[in-house]
Design a protein around this ligand. Structure first.
Ligand code: E4P
Length: 227
């Protein structure tokens, strides 16, 4: 299972890269805005360079299919590790699968985003999406069982041999990571704050503190004994 960072924050990405934990990065226009990245092209170029050769997902910012294609090609031209994020439907509910299929046919990897159901993820896989992004938090917002949707999608992909990989996003609490992992997500994209929380534990700190204290005590006993 891979861990992606759901962030456009260069210092957080660098920090978790150094820990060896990051297999890729996902962004969307809201994340870019929140992290102070207003020039999407420049931001994408900088993050892609920082994490190369790991994949960076960058989303188009239009509802028009032809403009999506143009933006997708431009984004993919910024760096070889850029994956283009295309929403599964536009704001009016029109499918964007033609755009996905066209880009994938041209050799551009696509992450079909904003999927909130098994059906959306399955249809995205059918047109050849490299990744399908299931938004766990938003599925739960609607009163549905995100783990059940992730598990059903993972089982269906495996049964029929589709190569698309599920990215579970919209992580809202630390436990969502465990739930997605057990539901067989291929990738979980995690906001940096949750990675810190996943690793930290009060009792681990106490444990380490105790070992350090005893190590120091042993050293002073050895010094007092003139060893
Ligand atoms: C991931 O690819 C999504 O962009 C992101 O996780 C959405 O999260 P949100 O529902 O918290 O906005």
């Amino acid at each position: 299972m891979e861990i992606f960072l759901d962030s456009a924050n260069m210092s957080e990405i660098g920090r978790w890269l150094d820990e060896g934990l990051v297999d890729g990065v996902t962004t969307n226009p809201s994340i870019m805005l929140a992290d102070g990245v207003y020039d999407l092209t420049l931001g994408a170029r900088q993050i892609a360079k920082l994490i190369h050769p790991l994949p960076l997902s960058v989303e188009v910012t239009t509802d028009d299919p032809d403009e999506m294609l143009r933006q997708g090609r431009t984004l993919a031209g910024i760096a070889e590790n850029i994956v283009v994020k295309i929403p599964v439907i536009d704001r009016s509910g029109n499918p964007c699968l033609r755009v996905v299929r066209t880009l994938e046919t041209e050799g551009i990897r696509v992450n079909v985003t904003a999927c909130l159901s098994f059906g959306q993820a399955a249809m995205a896989a059918k047109v050849g999406a490299t990744y399908v992004s299931l938004f766990a938090g938003r599925i739960s917002d609607e009163g549905h069982d995100a783990s059940a949707v992730i598990r059903a999608t993972a089982e269906w992909l495996a049964y029929w041999g589709y190569p698309s990989r599920i990215i579970v996003g919209s992580i809202r609490q630390v436990f969502d990571v465990q739930a997605a992992a057990l539901a067989r997500a291929h990738v979980i994209t995690v906001p940096p704050a949750f990675l810190g929380k996943l690793l930290d534990h009060r009792y681990s700190r106490d444990t380490v503190r105790g070992f350090l204290d005893d190590g120091r005590k042993a050293l002073s006993k050895m010094e007092a004994a003139g060893v």
